[in-house]
Design a protein around this ligand. Sequence first.
Ligand code: URA
Length: 257
Amino acid sequence: MHANNQTNYGVLLDYFPSMVYNKTMRINKYLSGCGIDSRRKCEKFVVDGRVRVNGKTVTELSTDVKDGDVVEVDGRTVSSATRKVYIMLNKPKGCICSASDEKGRKTVLDLVKVRERIFPVGRLDYDTEGLLLLTNDGELANKLMHPRNMVKKVYAVRVEGEPSDAELRRLRNGIEYNGIKYSPAQVRVLNSENNETKLEITVTEGKNHEIKNMIESLGRRVMFLKRSEIAGIRLGGLSRGEWRYLNAREIDKLKSL
Ligand code: URA
């Protein structure tokens, strides 16, 4: 049994305090990233003496700012938190969905370097790959992770052997395993060969290790696990370890959930 079966909802709070990047960024880029104006216009704000960094007026366009700097325009503090970013990563195996790891393992934040303090929306196991959303939009992340919203997540799963019809029915009817209830899943059998079966499993809960535990409850092992879709957003052709910003249509789709 894979331990730690609380839902992923709640991990969000783990991420806010500790995720600080020390990357620097040109002042105009920073300001436009905060939604102040275009980069060109923000340059003019600087040259015109309207911008202060840590209490000092800056007029050089070569000024860099880093996380933690207090930046003001016309006396009003701006914040990179005002710029919301929405990213999808094709998480490879061998990295964890945390800000840091005491064992020194690679984290998903080593793969996605952006200025904003982003955090993963939910978790994939160390040895699971596929679609992981990252954002600094706490509200949307909450919505996606809250079990009440029953957000669909689709997994490609390779299991040992060939599950019988009765076993598939158990997955489709919902399972209780080691005292934890798993809601009915949609299960499609894709093919069976070399003593392995490929399934597509759609779940709406987001419990930790839910696919592995559901399969383990049948007395079988998961050989390969990849998430391909969340709430209708698909990984598509993104290569392992690559990331991209979501487009406007994808963001709207998530927000309209
Ligand atoms: N279910 C699992 O068992 N592991 C994951 O990483 C995701 C879903």
